[in-house]
Write a protein that binds this ligand. Structure first.
Ligand code: PMP
Length: 444
């Protein structure tokens, strides 16, 4: 029996031993095409020689120096790289080890900012239902994903949740996309009024929803209205791009496509591409300067913040993405994959919606296309699809959560940016076979 405290203690896992471009290889030599980048992490695949060399060089020179004693060259260079390309107003970067830590840091920066400017009554966070912002208690409290929260609810800080922007289920048949976005904006503003505008600290949202809904972008204009409302009430806008950022949707930051700049922006997965654990909270110059001129100290921190080897890896990943023109590739291959998905599954009786942006695409599986009735969550179709895909040698991510908070069945695809056309064919063929197998297992 394994001594590892695995995620699923009743499951057994193949042992991954090697990477080869977009494939992972297990101890038995079986190859798995990584069509989801793990969880939208592995943007450069699993064997990039430039990143491997950058890590090795950094480890040989100096693996790590504690951030309360030193800064480091890779940390400074990565901050310059990111701020030079970040949305307007962003002025500095706080480096952590992953997405949950990035969200925690954003929440605490927001809190400290309001303490510094003499608004201590701002403690309320508004986020959206069916959202996921991480598993640490602060990030979990922010998320609105009912089944992830439920066991821990007594430990979670109070957060108010509003409707997600989820056109497939939320937009009424007689309503335009603009009217739908406006209705959600009104709901947000009403919620702020109800809580008391001077008690609200931040609104938190993912520009393209990943883990819960499976690659759902907002309707046009929604985020611009959200930005206006936050500004009107002096509320900070925290955009969580842990999953959808760092090129995944075809622009370095997903919010560029919304024409909106947040006050705080979290990134992780694609930042280091899985070569090292790293995340970051990008903060506006205003927030950074306020804390710098006030207390002068952000009252937070972890042992591994700004880890030199992690920063060197992320810098190599980001330089590779830029130098090799991979954002254009994300857009082109994303369109090609979407076209193939539409061709193969557009009329499928159990594929209700195909959506997403760039190489961040989702399929929503439904029992009935006309009524959009989801499958019985107890059948765990998305888990069956994941298992069947693994049998086929394909990794796809089983996102889950419907509008009413029940578990739904979504397949999230987020392959590495280096995929070629023939990999796209392999993804669609294997997904088709996995879907057939899984639907058979759950009796459809
Ligand atoms: N925010 C979002 C939007 C995420 O998708 C995730 C991870 N799926 C997190 C935060 C948490 O990141 P991590 O698992 O690296 O802590």
């Amino acid at each position: 029996m394994s001594r590892v405290f695995h995620r699923h203690l009743k499951a057994s896992y193949p042992t991954a031993v090697a990477g080869d471009g977009p494939y992972l290889i297990d101890a038995a030599g079986k190859r798995y095409l990584d069509a989801c980048g793990g969880a939208a992490v592995s943007c450069l695949g699993h064997s990039d020689p430039e990143v491997q060399a950058a890590i090795s060089e950094q480890v040989k020179r100096m693996a790590y120096a504690h951030s309360s004693f030193f800064t480091s060259e890779p940390m400074e260079a990565l901050a310059d790289f990111l701020v030079d390309r970040a949305p307007q107003g962003i002025g500095s970067v706080y480096f952590v080890s992953g997405g949950s830590e990035a969200v925690e840091a954003a929440l605490k920066m927001a809190r400290q900012y309001f303490l510094e400017i003499g608004q201590p009554e701002r403690t309320q966070v508004i986020a959206r239902r069916q959202s996921y912002h991480g598993n640490t208690l602060g990030a979990l409290a922010t998320g609105g994903n009912a089944w992830r929260r439920r066991p821990f609810e007594p430990l979670l800080a109070d957060t108010t949740h509003v409707s997600p922007c989820y056109a497939y289920r939320g937009q009424r048949a007689d309503e335009s996309a603009e009217a739908y976005g406006e209705r959600l904006a009104v709901e947000l503003e009403d919620t702020i009024e109800r809580l008391g505008p001077r008690r609200v600290m931040a609104f938190v949202a993912e520009p393209v929803v990943g883990a819960t809904l499976g690659a759902v972008p907002a309707v046009p204009g929604y985020f611009r209205r959200v930005r206006e409302i936050c500004d009107r009430h002096g509320i900070l806008l925290i955009l969580d791009e842990v999953m959808c950022g760092m090129g995944r949707t075809g622009s370095l930051f997903a919010c560029e496509q919304e024409g909106v700049s947040p006050d705080l922006l979290t990134v992780a997965k694609g930042l280091g591409g899985g070569y090292q654990p790293i995340g970051a909270t990008l903060a506006s110059a205003r927030i950074r300067d306020t804390i710098a001129e006030g207390t002068g100290f952000f009252q937070h921190g972890h042992t591994y913040i700004g880890h030199a080897t992690a920063c060197a890896a992320a810098l190599a990943v980001q330089r590779a993405v830029e130098k090799r023109g991979l954002l254009e590739q994300v857009r082109a291959r994303g369109e090609a994959l979407r076209a193939r998905l539409e061709q193969r599954f557009g009329d499928h009786p159990h594929v209700g919606d195909i959506r997403g942006r760039g190489l961040f695409l989702g399929l929503e599986l439904v029992a009935d296309r006309a009524s959009k009735e989801p499958f019985d969550p107890d059948r765990r179709l998305n888990a069956a699809v994941k298992a069947a895909a693994m049998d086929q040698g394909l990794m796809c991510y089983p996102a889950g959560g419907t509008l009413d908070g029940r578990r739904g069945d979504h397949v999230l695809l987020a392959p590495p940016y280096i995929v070629e056309e023939d990999h796209l064919d392999e993804i669609v063929d294997k997904l088709d076979a996995a879907l057939q197998q899984a639907l058979g297992q759950v009796g459809h």
